[in-house]
Write a protein that binds this ligand. Structure first.
Ligand SMILES: NC(=O)c1ccc[n+]([C@@H]2O[C@H](COP(=O)([O-])OP(=O)(O)OC[C@H]3O[C@@H](n4cnc5c(N)ncnc54)[C@H](OP(=O)(O)O)[C@@H]3O)[C@@H](O)[C@H]2O)c1
Length: 316
């Protein structure tokens, strides 16, 4: 089968033929119709998981999100059948080797659900990791109706879902983005958009809300010192999918913080899929590319400025 893979540590992603995988205990073999890209795909390509102590076994096929058709079931899978149209995610577990940017992929059944009929494969493939990261971040800050919450990094794939899910809960959302993002983020439910390329985000937020916001969902940056926690009122909450300042620094400012490790498990993605199929959750797709364009699309994602999800379509 065709697979976008990194053949050995330090090499670049390339499209080559690899053996079709077979499903084992608790997993399913899916013929991939569409696969959504996420920043972690570039992290894995560069060997990031190995640097964090998780074995990467080469060749490493890239991609974690997928939508497609179940071809075969491993032992112990009882909520899916061969022929089901599904979407799901390859949860992070060592060794990192399998991926979804391929004609076939093996996914853990615990992170696969039947695709609602009203949801097309490309849209479904864009949902799992980004949608779960948004939902899990919202749970982490315990967002309540009437609160005001800053979403830093709102202009990206996770941010689009976080803004919508918060706004649907009756939260006033302050989103970050550039001037180009204002219309899009406002349409998704942001009450205000702060330009992160202008003055420091926390200063801009405090200028509008001198008392501080109730919580921060941080989806950008890898420097703990740049996380705009100063925007949050004393007693407020911080959740981050990237980096978090030291707990002692947060506590000194009267804040509590959570590092979010998104879990795109069946229940979470099924709920997101149902909302998207019902038209209650928009899935902003910035670009749909072919499998041979995927290595370039990964580079585009790393370069920034995409403004939505990139999905690889392999065709029905
Ligand atoms: N922990 C987890 O389980 C988990 C799960 C999912 C994602 N993540 C991480 O969460 C982050 C967001 O994911 P994503 O899929 O939404 O990525 P994405 O689509 O690349 O979005 C990131 C967004 O942040 C914006 N941005 C860049 N620098 C910024 C800054 N200094 N201040 C505010 N915004 C800034 C980017 O704008 P430009 O495009 O204009 O540069 C982009 O719109 C990534 O780092 C990803 O690896 C973690």
């Amino acid at each position: 089968m065709r697979a976008v893979n990194v053949p050995a540590a330090g090499e670049q992603p390339q499209l080559t033929d690899l053996p079709t995988p077979t499903p084992g205990e608790g997993t399913v073999l899916v013929r991939v119709v569409a696969a959504g890209l996420n920043p972690i795909d570039n992290g894995i390509a560069s060997g990031m998981m190995a640097q964090m102590g998780m074995e990467q076994r080469y060749p490493v096929t890239l991609g974690r999100d997928a939508a497609g058709v179940v071809q075969a079931l491993g032992p112990g899978v009882d909520h899916l059948r061969v022929g089901d149209e599904v979407f799901g995610h390859i949860l992070l577990a060592p060794p990192i080797s399998a991926g979804t940017l391929a004609d076939y992929a093996v996914l853990p059944a615990a992170a696969v659900t039947v695709k609602p009929a009203g949801l097309d494969f490309v849209t479904a493939a864009a949902l799992p990791l980004a949608g779960a990261a948004a939902a899990d971040s919202i749970t982490a800050v315990d967002a309540q109706p009437g609160q005001t919450i800053l979403v830093n990094g709102a202009s990206g794939g996770v941010g689009a879902f976080a803004v919508q899910l918060l706004s649907a809960r009756g939260v006033t959302v302050i989103a970050t983005g550039t001037a180009d993002d204002v219309e899009r983020l406002t349409a998704l439910g942001a009450a205000a958009v702060v330009d992160y390329t202008a003055d420091p985000v926390a200063e801009q937020v405090r200028a509008r809300h001198p008392e501080g916001v109730d919580a921060l969902i941080n989806l950008a940056g890898y420097d703990p010192g740049q996380v705009p926690v100063a925007a949050v009122r004393e007693g407020g909450k911080v959740a981050s999918t990237t980096v978090l300042p030291e707990q002692s620094a947060l506590a000194a400012a009267g804040l509590t913080g959570t590092s979010v490790m998104a879990a795109p498990v069946t229940e979470t993605i099924a709920a997101l899929g149902a909302q998207a199929a019902a038209g209650d959750l928009r899935v902003p797709i910035a670009e749909v590319v072919t499998l041979d364009q995927a290595p370039q699309a990964l580079a585009d994602l790393a370069a920034g400025g995409v403004g939505g999800k990139i999905v690889v379509s392999l065709g029905d």
